[in-house]
Design a protein around this ligand. Sequence first.
Ligand code: SAM
Length: 278
Amino acid sequence: MKNGLYVIATPIGNLGDISARARETLENADVIACEDTRVTKKLFSLLNISTKKTFITLHDHNEEEQAAKLADLILLERKSVAQVSDAGSPLISDPGYKLIKHCRKEGIYVTVIPGCCALICALQLSGLPTNRFLFAGFIPNKDKARKDNFEDLKNIKATLVFYETANRIVKTLTVAGEVFGGREMAVAREITKMYEECVNGTAEELIKHFEEKEPKGEMVLMIAPAEEKQNDEVDVTALLRKKLAEMPLKTAVKEIVGEYKLNKNDVYEQALRIKNEQ
Ligand code: SAM
């Protein structure tokens, strides 16, 4: 096997989802770089892959030093290194980015062996538009940060995808309801496992669902894209009057231009006129 770095996806629930290429590469690699050696050794045992090889940890807190160490193993000792995360695709809300950056800079052979990725599986289940989506990772846990995060993403015309945990989902949906109103959402959970489900509805409907059925397992929250607003339907004067009462002129103009894709100079002139009248 050629020396280099092999970035390998592992199953997110169903072991049958390991690809033939992933299995072969994991069997033949000299070194396994993983988040938690116990988790990965357990996976190897379940997949009947020998654990008689070197396992090296690579996680958020040691990635920089480990990247240099792994690169040396590849370059100086001609080793093949397979990188995996606990489950799913490495680098997607998981470590690996710094390692790949380091290896690429050193001219090391880097390749990917694709497979399960929770966000892609969730989108495929959801029935929400997939032509344009934005993956925003884990939702912040603090109240203000969570709300600010949603506010930042509110006007994006793409399906929004987040990783979330069962114990926070109801709180998150409550805030999502405040920010996104009645927009369609979906929660896909336990994908590829026995209790896989994907429920769609407004935030209110989803909260009701999880009040009746306790949220459990791993989950992905998705929110339908912001509606395309027709410029000719927009009453710019009314919007400006409302926003000018709440915020500085420049901010009001920026928000309206951004949201409705209007001409900045036209909106600015109109805002000045209203301000002068007041
Ligand atoms: N890198 C992995 C991936 O993209 O496939 C994700 C790792 S991230 C640390 C873990 C999060 O992914 C979970 O908290 C959950 O939001 C999501 N996830 C992982 N497995 C899942 C599954 N089987 N069903 C639903 N969501 C899952």
